[in-house]
Ligand binder design. Sequence first.
Ligand code: FES
Length: 165
Amino acid sequence: MSVLSSEVIAQIDQWIQKYPPEQRRSAVLPGLLMAQEANGGWLSADVITAVADYLNIPPIAAFEVASFYSMYELAPIGKHKISVCTNIACQLAGCQTIIEHLEQRCATQLGATSADGQYTLRSVECMGACIHAPMLEVNKQYHENLTLEKVDALLSQLTNEGASS
Ligand code: FES
């Protein structure tokens, strides 16, 4: 059985069609993202190799991409990956206070996953929402103009979603 599901292959095929036939390798970034999403939010060596094989590129080329960009995870992560911008605008707007609050509430450290597997906290570079700093992204949604109260409300929402799913 293929490491990549037929759904992931169909998604990668859609991306391949956006590029000239000889530039199949250009689909490596979205291909890895699709494969990561289908693999519980992280890329194992098998999955990276399977994407590379499908795109006819050397596995090392896909590994280089997967290890360079912060959106790829090379080990299992928590149920909710919270990416906090720590770039300059968010620094000036107090992201450090937000991070310390998240670390305390999620019982983990920036760059790590909580023991209960619920939360992974990540520091990321500018996400283009500087005007609404400080901000974070979780489950593909931006949360901006953060306050400690907003963080608490967000964590309650994530907990409730987890309880009802
Ligand atoms: S510096 Fe944080 S979104 Fe730009």
